[in-house]
Design a protein around this ligand. Structure first.
Ligand code: ADP
Ligand code: F6P
Length: 570
């Protein structure tokens, strides 16, 4: 971006995600502790930090009382380049456990049966997104790039756009309402709308619909004052152009907004179940660039915009209110060298040797999943049970080490899953185990990086049975740790990774028999076949890294102007 004087403004990158890379907790003595967060989003963005400089804005996982914030904020900024958005516990609960993880998460993963729609959770989602918008808009300056992450923040692009151009967040929400009532405009409608909420007056002054309404209704003192205050836009400008003019007055023009979804975007047939399906789509359409892991997810998003909003789409985006939201595929990755080099550490090598001794004469299958119903852990356990039943010669010669990282434990479905997995593990171990041997080693806890790397290197096969998964980075991490053993990758076709990881044994986790057969095939595969598969897989994982993902997305965002490819409409 150029300033008026032609001098180049610096382009800062601001990443916004619900979860920060560090989660704060407080112990009984009032001491604050900072712990690395887990999950694919944190892993990938942390991987980008090597080459991309950015400030990371997000929720630190804990409400911090005002008197402690100076200390906590200072540590976050100085040690992690992070900036917190504080939400009170009730709001955070309804936003995170409620709307994000009990409504959007199940729906986006094709589990509408687990979706519990609750209007209070929707209001909290809006409110939390507004809090984020306030923090980010205060932080932003002209020419900045804001990269919004994931399903927790799908209203943020729209709210941010309105705030940086001077509308209040509430104003933006009712702007959509104004659009709907515009047809029958009269004084009564204006009074109703003005009376609705604080901030609406600003929306009426600044928006297309509002300006038209002001022109149409009978004058009174309030309206005369409003007209005098409103910016004087030339006629015929799009909303996008007006927003840019208004933002320039505030020193916040030329801000590019990108959005990346780390989950699948479901088929429009599933998406349209969502009661607030319009609002969520409108929320992200104010972006310059919208990214997904796979081509299918991008296609589903575009067809939802057509079916639900009636918008015409292009294969690479949508024009909306004069702005072109480009839509594309940006498959995420990891930093494989972190695992390749991690494996060389003495501590990891020692641990690996100890594990090899412990499991001598036994093949090891590894499973690493957050304890989430989308990961298909019960399906995995059923398949193992069928495999051991049909191949008793393997009893005592193969173990499944299943790490289940605790996740979203306040959500009922996750509690139910925990009980179900406990029961299954107990049953299978009870059935096939002996005093000396247990077929499943189940750990419901987080493990340190060194332990995780040693486990990945030890395993002869990795078993991923997600019933839906945005990408699944565990697959990438396993491959990166297998330069010696060339273990087999058994991967669900319902994980985004299946579209890229050619060289895996693909399975349908709902088909227990074929998953059991795949376990057999993985364990019996000869060394040459394993080596050739691994080379293909590692080649991909080394090329499509987290860093490549981040820089490709950000470079594309830098290039965009917000204007439709063929120039402004009209
Ligand atoms: P999701 O994003 O659904 O959690 P992914 O498979 O994409 O699933 O990513 C999981 C990430 O969590 C991986 O990068 C994995 O290394 C990381 N992880 C797994 N166990 C731990 C742990 N104990 N501590 C921190 N990160 C972990
Ligand atoms: O993959 C989707 C995702 O929400 C990621 O954004 C995140 O890394 C992971 O799941 C873990 O989720 P949470 O932040 O709820 O622990």
């Amino acid at each position: 971006t150029q300033s008026d004087g032609g001098e180049k403004k610096s382009q800062r990158l601001i990443v916004v995600s619900n979860r920060l890379p560090v989660t704060i907790s407080k112990d009984g003595n009032g001491e604050y502790h900072f712990k690395m967060s887990s999950g694919g989003l944190v892993s990938a963005l942390s991987g980008c930090k090597k080459t991309m400089e950015f400030t990371w804005i997000g929720w630190p996982g804990k409400y911090i009382p005002k008197e402690d914030r100076d200390h906590v904020n200072k540590r976050l900024l100085e040690e992690y380049n992070c900036f917190p958005v504080y939400l009170n516990d009730d709001l955070a609960d309804k936003h995170y456990n409620g709307f994000s993880n009990s409504i959007l998460w199940p729906l986006f993963h094709y589990h509408p049966g687990e979706m519990n729609f609750d209007a209070a959770h929707w209001l909290a989602y809006r409110e939390a997104n507004m809090r984020f918008a306030e923090v980010v808009s205060n932080f932003c300056q002209s020419g900045d790039m804001v990269w919004v992450q994931d399903y927790h923040l799908m209203l943020l692009p729209m709210l941010l756009r309105s705030m940086i151009s001077g509308e209040s967040a509430q104003g933006e929400m009712v702007r959509k309402e104004l659009g709907r009532v515009k047809e029958g405009v009269d004084d009564e409608v204006v009074k109703d709308v003005l009376g609705m909420q604080p901030g609406v007056a600003q929306a009426v002054e600044n928006t297309d619909e509002g300006v038209e309404m002001l022109d149409d209704v009978e004058e009174n003192d309030e309206l005369i004052q409003m007209k005098a205050r409103r910016p004087h836009f030339p006629r015929g400008l799009s909303t996008f152009q007006k927003q840019e003019i208004a933002a320039k007055e505030k020193g916040k023009d030329g801000i590019r907004i990108g959005f990346f979804l780390h989950t699948p975007f479901p088929s429009s047939e599933i998406y349209r179940v969502l009661p607030v399906r319009r609002e969520i789509l409108l929320g992200v359409l104010q972006c310059d660039l919208i990214g997904f892991h796979t081509y299918d997810y991008a296609r589903h998003f575009l067809s939802s915009c057509t079916r639900i909003l009636g918008l015409q789409t292009q294969p690479n985006g949508i024009e909306f209110e004069g702005r072109y939201a480009q839509v594309g595929t940006y498959p995420i990755g990891i930093e494989p060298m972190q695992f390749v080099e991690g494996l060389q550490q003495e501590k990891v090598q020692n641990r690996l040797k100890a594990l090899e001794t412990r499991f001598q004469g036994c093949k090891v299958i590894i499973g690493v999943d957050r304890l989430d119903y989308i990961k298909g852990i019960p399906q995995k356990l059923h398949a193992l049970e069928v495999f051991l039943t049909q191949h008793p010669e393997w009893i005592g010669k193969v173990v499944l080490v299943q790490l289940a990282i605790p996740s979203r434990q306040d959500v009922e479905e996750y509690q139910n899953l925990r009980a179900c997995v406990n029961e299954l593990v107990g049953r299978i171990n009870g059935r096939f185990g002996t005093v000396e041997f247990m077929p499943i080693h189940y750990l419901h806890k987080s493990v340190p990086f060194e332990e995780l790397t040693a486990m990945y290197a030890l395993a002869d096969a990795c078993l991923i049975t997600s019933t839906r998964d945005g990408m699944n980075l565990v697959a990438y991490e396993y491959i990166s740790s297998q330069s010696k053993r060339h273990g087999s990758m058994v991967l669900s076709e319902f994980a985004g990774a299946a579209q890229s990881l050619n060289g895996s044994i693909l399975i349908n986790p709902w088909d227990t028999q074929s998953t059991a057969d795949a376990i057999h095939c993985a364990l019996e595969m000869g060394p040459e076949q394993r080596k050739s598969n691994w080379e293909k897989l590692f080649n991909y994982v080394s090329k499509y890294t987290a860093e490549a993902w981040g820089t490709t997305f950000v470079n594309e965002l830098t290039r965009l102007s917000g204007l439709p490819p063929n120039g402004p409409a009209g």
